[in-house]
Design a protein around this ligand. Structure first.
Ligand SMILES: Cc1ncc(COP(=O)(O)O)c(C=O)c1O
Length: 277
């Protein structure tokens, strides 16, 4: 098994965040957009990454945050420090965030904007994430990644060659709709479905941002052995699931696996520059 350390791309616009934005930002520029508007929870690394990318690439940014309370936490403080306007939507309205009336109200408040969906998953994300495969310079059979919205997995599958496959580990409980979401992304981005990927739904450890003692122990043990401690929200669940599958003999012996480290907790500043990949 190899780890592909996409978490080292940048301190903030890192991992799959950068891969999802790298073709979206030029598209927004081509569309003549001055403002990017996106959605996320109060601890969203995606919101923080859009704020940092907006500042670096000359866009104003608006972050629409789920929940009416106005928490102050490092992610939101950093986004505000990068010039992002933060706007809070009650949970009921947030669930309908892509409905025309909600978007119209946001346009009346903020003027015209380029919409970056929650999690940054678009056809541009598929193209950007597919590029990770071309950077892997060891022969491999299977690539694995965590799954939140499915954009990263859709991209990896799109970049694979013959005989290779992708397994995504869902970090959400019972989110079966993700399978349809990935397929829809393929049809939108490539014009066809792909049969070289699947999502394993068993290792959510209680649901999004939930953990179990076994997961916590696994992450700490992995850190002690390999000098890299995975986060428990995304990468930890992927590695935990993968190791369980290996232990249970679910992967054929000799299968060469690359695990994509899609990110980590961002560093304290957003000033570091993007490493062009
Ligand atoms: C570190 C990390 N890994 C994986 C994901 C999930 O990626 P996707 O939403 O493309 O499935 C996220 C969320 O965007 C993330 O922050």
């Amino acid at each position: 098994m190899w780890l592909k350390r996409d978490d080292l791309i940048d301190a903030v616009v890192t991992g799959n965040k950068w891969r999802k934005l790298r073709y979206l930002l030029p598209d927004a520029q081509r569309a003549g957009a001055a403002t990017l508007l996106t959605f996320g929870g109060a601890y969203s690394n995606h919101v923080r990454a859009v704020a940092a990318a907006g500042r670096r690439y000359g866009f104003a940014t608006v972050g629409v945050i789920r929940g009416e309370e106005r928490p102050t936490n490092p992610a939101l403080k950093a986004a505000a420090a990068d010039g992002m306007q933060l706007y809070y939507l009650d949970r009921a309205t947030y669930r309908r965030k892509h409905a025309p009336d909600v978007l119209d109200a946001l346009r009346r408040t903020f003027g015209d904007f380029y919409l970056v969906p929650e999690g940054g998953t678009t056809v541009h994300a598929v193209r950007g994430c597919a590029e990770a495969i071309g950077e892997i310079d060891v022969p491999f059979d299977t690539v694995v990644c965590p799954v939140g919205t499915g954009g990263t997995l859709a991209g990896l599958a799109a970049g694979l060659g013959p005989g290779q496959d992708a397994i995504g580990f869902s970090v959400l409980r019972g989110a079966r709709s993700l399978d349809g979401d990935v397929d829809r992304l393929h049809r939108e981005a490539l014009g066809r479905s792909l049969g070289n990927w699947r999502i394993d739904h068993r290792f959510h450890c209680g649901g999004f941002a939930r953990s179990t003692p076994a997961l916590a122990e696994f992450c700490a043990d992995f850190g002690g052995r390999h000098g890299f401690t995975p986060d428990r929200v995304y990468v930890g669940k992927m590695l935990y699931g993968l190791f369980r599958m290996v232990a249970d003999g679910e992967l054929p012996a000799g299968r060469r696996v690359v695990a994509l480290i899609t990110g980590s907790e961002p560093g304290p500043t957003s000033a570091a520059s993007i490493v062009q990949t």
